[in-house]
Design a protein around this ligand. Structure first.
Ligand SMILES: [Zn+2]
Length: 182
């Protein structure tokens, strides 16, 4: 799921963030708004671009990741807060670089989402290629978020945590303006 501009990395590395659960992914993108809204009299909606999609992905060969959950952080002498994303972005990126450099057999890290503690994995660029999953009938598991069923799930999940969700209009969407649909 896409949400905001990717941060750039001075080493030119890239990372793909995946969540085990659709709603965990949604909260990883928009969860900070819930905190902001709780302090404001004018709640900001999670605006979903009509181009955004969600897909089930799988690596072409097994991925080995450094597990930060449970005692995983202690094993690498990091604070357990790292496993739940409850540290500053600077610190988590510093740790990510250190793990990338020193755990050379590792293709990424497994951690808990900062908002609902759901399982998430950050997959480094050296990991095997990710492909979109297919169902038994051959259909790819790649769906627009404006799809009726997914949209309903977003509305319910947002309502559950006090986060209004709205469909962004294509004509006023910054993402669509900067990256026009093909
Ligand atoms: Zn858009």
């Amino acid at each position: 799921m896409s949400g905001h501009e990717p941060d750039s990395c001075k080493e030119g590395r890239s990372v793909v963030y995946v969540a085990k659960d659709f709603i965990t992914g949604f909260l990883e993108v928009f969860g900070d708004l819930i905190i902001t809204n709780s302090r404001s009299s004018r709640p900001v909606e999670a605006r979903i671009c009509p181009q955004w999609r969600v897909a089930a992905v799988q690596p072409v060969t097994p991925v080995r990741v450094t597990n930060l959950k449970g005692r995983g952080c202690l094993k690498i002498k990091a604070s357990p807060a790292l496993a739940t994303g409850n540290v500053s972005r600077e610190l988590s990126q510093e740790w990510a670089r250190a793990i990338y450099d020193h755990h050379t057999q590792s293709d990424g890290v497994k951690y808990q989402g900062a908002h609902d503690y759901g399982d998430c994995i950050a997959i480094w660029d050296r990991a095997p290629e990710l492909t979109v999953g297919t169902l038994l009938d051959g259909a790819t598991q790649d769906y627009p978020l404006h799809n009726r069923d997914l949209w309903r799930r977003l509305i319910v999940a947002g309502r559950d945590v006090g986060l209004p969700v709205m469909k962004q209009d294509r004509t006023t969407c910054r993402d669509c303006r900067e990256h026009p649909p093909i």
